[in-house]
Design a protein around this ligand. Sequence first.
Ligand code: FMN
Length: 367
Amino acid sequence: MADPPDIPPPACLTDFADLARAVLPADTWDFVDGGSGAETTLAANRAALDRVAVLPRVLTGVESPRTGATLLGREQAMPVAVAPMAYQKLLHPDGEPALAAAAGAAGVPYVLSTLSSTPIEEVTAATGGPVWFQLYWLRDRGLVADLLDRAIAAGCAALMVTVDVPVLGRRLRDVRNGFALPPHVTAANLPRGRDDLAHAGTPGVSAIAAHTGAVFAPALRWADLEWLRARTPVPLLVKGILDPRDAVRAAQTGVDAVVVSNHGGRQLDGAPATATVLPEVVAALDGRAEVLLDSGVRSGTDVLRALALGASGVLLGRPLLWALAAGGRAGAGTALALLAAELRDALTLGGCADPTEARQLRTLTGG
Ligand SMILES: Cc1cc2nc3c(=O)[nH]c(=O)nc-3n(C[C@H](O)[C@H](O)[C@H](O)COP(=O)(O)O)c2cc1C
């Protein structure tokens, strides 16, 4: 897709937002961009990252740092993975296979949502890179087991269970827009049974919320996580942790990593920014599980901030949807290349030879 003529080519990830907004229907833009409630948490994510000041080291002799990092025991091109995000055919007809292929080419894992608009097997076939499967717990446990088996059979290298959606957050933009999926976008990995709900455009109702309300299990327990751990033959990550006590409990259950996430400000409005709680989670875990962060990451500098706060890596969300909307696979590739270049510069400016050294940097909060 050609760039709209009056918008300059992107110099950073947030530049993709204008490109995406120019090509997307207004209600799809709102679905991607919006948060829940008054969007307090959505705004707090950015504000908290902006308040993290990193103390660079000097005279370290670093000329060209390595961006490579090991996550879950596997070396990858940078300490970044593509966040699981639903319904990517809303953004571009090529949808998930395009973003997964861009991630594979950039050498970072692609996390495939349960609510993918493309079947698991098609997505894993579209990329040479690692695919991690994101699991939403469905009311029907048999379906959960089937999804897990399919993901493993398709070669998914890790499982990420999202635990912060007992019910969808009240995303007021979607409610006001009466947002519903267009006919060509479906939850391709779920039985067709409740599709009608996701496509029913009713003023004042989010069809996405109605659909997930009918399909997702509302009351997960630690025993469910134990069941999943016992059944999962690949590394297991739990996404949507904010309280250090939950992080410790997850580690005791045997998860390999926790993702400190407030779902990009889309679930509990009033939940803290992830950069605010990350250091406490890292301290509480004390190395018992890896820690990733998402929600608000927009640049290589933000990756450096997350590393300096103690994370092993980050998930990148909305910017990659903007890039997918603006330019399909090529757009997403450009965005990931920009992020890698920014991270290289941030490491150089911080005096770090690699992401591991960045975790030794000190931070101040407050600018
Ligand atoms: C449009 C959209 C769809 C999402 N779908 C999912 C999903 O299916 N599963 C999930 O675990 N998280 C989902 N998320 C949350 C992301 O995985 C991630 O936590 C969040 O986007 C990170 O914040 P950021 O967008 O500010 O980078 C979604 C986020 C967006 C914006």
